[in-house]
Design a protein around this ligand. Structure first.
Ligand code: SF4
Length: 149
């Protein structure tokens, strides 16, 4: 691994930039994601920064069950992110489709469209759980690096 690659890998672990996408949530989980980003929890102190463009983001934070209306947009956002990229499904709806799973316009959880690296069940998810999931995801990257994967 060259010096530039090492620097990029270090930045991804120490300062992951996230993008938030609502695939069809009731907004309950979105409010909790926003709460995690605001000064009370202050994710920025951990180097986690919200981005508006998928091209600048490392982690896609998704809420809600995927609907026919948002399915293609979710795939487009994921495809625009550079690798390595990670997806976190926030809330029971994002994990499995939740109470909306059998609706005619719902395809299911986020993993029916893009691969998911971390699932956070709950309705709605607490900000502490979101922060914990991001931390665990980053420690997984550390372990993979230590194993040389
Ligand atoms: S898990 Fe609950 S709060 Fe979150 S989007 Fe689904 S219904 Fe809303």
């Amino acid at each position: 691994m060259g010096l530039l690659d090492k620097a990029i890998a270090w930045g991804e672990k120490k300062s992951p930039w996230i993008i938030h996408f609502n695939a069809g949530a009731c907004n309950g989980c979105d409010i909790e994601v926003v709460d995690a980003l605001t000064p009370q929890y202050d994710l920025e102190r951990l180097g986690i920064l919200q981005q508006g463009s998928p091209k600048h983001a490392d982690v896609l934070v998704c809420t809600g069950a995927v609907t026919l209306q948002t399915r293609d947009r979710l795939k487009q956002i994921y495809d625009q992110m550079s690798t390595p990229k990670f997806v976190i499904a926030v809330g029971t709806c994002a994990c499995t489709g939740g109470i909306f799973d059998s609706c005619y316009c719902v395809t299911g959880g986020i993993d029916t469209v893009v691969p998911v690296d971390a699932y956070i069940p709950g309705c709605a998810v607490r900000p502490e759980a979101i922060i914990d999931a991001v931390g665990k995801l980053l420690s997984t990257l550390d372990q993979k690096e230590a194993k040389g994967k």
